[in-house]
Write a protein that binds this ligand. Structure first.
Ligand code: ASP
Length: 314
């Protein structure tokens, strides 16, 4: 298991417990401190909800909202821009108690897309809503709207301008795919699990492109009978192996959370050549983390580790 902290290998947690990720992939060295601080703060926010008696759903919501509001991550404010310089969010959330799930794709103008996904789950007859219809629904449900321009940070704008220059000059894509998608899995004190994932997608994506993050079974999956999973990485590859459902099914068949995480990432590599990472929790409190990228920021809290343990590769 990749250690959760240098020299600390944790495979099991006492419930309630939460694991969060801030994306697998390319992080510049300068981004490491803010990534570690961000995932630690998100794990603490989710754990606080769980410890106060909150459900696994409330725990993952609190953690992912915190990451969406953190400018360091590719979700909520600070998400990457499309080829047209706009922000289009994807998010999903699944409740392991009853397999209820909600998701939004290509959502424009909302501060916390994960809250919109949860609203689809709780208050609509649907699982997955996209584009203008999803925005109208979220608006009618009173979710916090923002001027889409307010979601664009100066850093992302500069990155986009540089890439546009390159393309206008006829050069090949310059910026490597940077993964800063966020997600969380939680196990509450009642033994229920949940998963949530949120992203701005891939840098310079075509408007309307939707990745794995909002797709149930690809970006997020949760089932009290087996466990919960959240994925990050190249969406076009993750979708083809339905990564989170595959990992949860491995746990259902008896694999430990860590074995399931590693085997699922190996399948992603072998079958698609894609890059990604996954976090898992089982209903017994086993934790699983695996990725085939150089770095993935992640953090963990459990009753026996109430102070967040956060890590990214140096
Ligand atoms: N999986 C996300 C997507 O393809 C990107 C990421 O995880 O960084 O939209």
């Amino acid at each position: 298991m990749p250690p959760l902290a240098p020299g600390v290998i944790i495979c099991r947690a006492m419930p309630p417990a939460i694991v969060v990720h801030g994306g697998a992939g390319i992080y510049g060295d300068e981004a490491l401190p803010e990534a570690v601080a961000g995932v630690a703060a998100a794990a603490a926010a989710g754990f606080a909800r769980l410890r106060a008696g909150g459900s696994a759903v409330e725990g993952v919501l609190a953690a992912v909202r915190a990451l969406e509001d953190d400018l360091a991550f590719n979700a909520g404010t600070g998400a990457v821009l499309t080829s047209e310089g706009t922000v289009e969010h994807d998010a999903s959330l699944m409740d392991g108690r009853d397999l209820s799930a909600g998701a939004v794709g290509a959502l424009v103008g909302f501060k916390n897309p994960v809250a919109a996904a949860d609203e689809v789950r709780r208050a609509s007859p649907h699982v997955f809503m996209v584009g203008e219809g999803a925005a109208r629904f979220a608006r009618e449900r009173g979710l916090e709207q923002v001027d889409p321009a307010a979601l664009v940070t100066p850093k992302q704008r500069a990155k986009w301008l540089a890439e546009r220059e390159r393309r206008l000059a006829g050069l090949a894509a310059g910026a490597p795919l940077k993964h800063g998608t966020v997600g969380a899995v939680a196990l509450d004190a009642q033994g229920h699990v949940a998963a949530a994932t949120s992203t701005g997608g891939t840098f310079f994506k075509l408007p309307g492109r939707v990745g794995d993050s909002p797709v149930i079974g690809a970006g997020s999956y949760a089932d009290d009978a087996a466990g919960a999973a959240s994925a990050t990485g190249q969406g076009e590859a993750i979708l083809r192996v339905t990564l989170t459902r595959a990992a949860v099914d491995r746990m259902r068949a008896g694999a430990s959370a860590q074995r399931a995480a590693e085997d699922s990432i190996e399948e992603l590599s072998l079958r698609t050549g894609g890059e990604g990472g996954i976090i898992l929790v089982s209903p017994r409190g086993e934790l699983g983390i695996a990725f085939n990228t150089r770095r993935m920021s992640r953090a963990f809290c459990g009753l026996d580790h109430p102070t967040p343990v956060a890590l990214i590769e140096r």
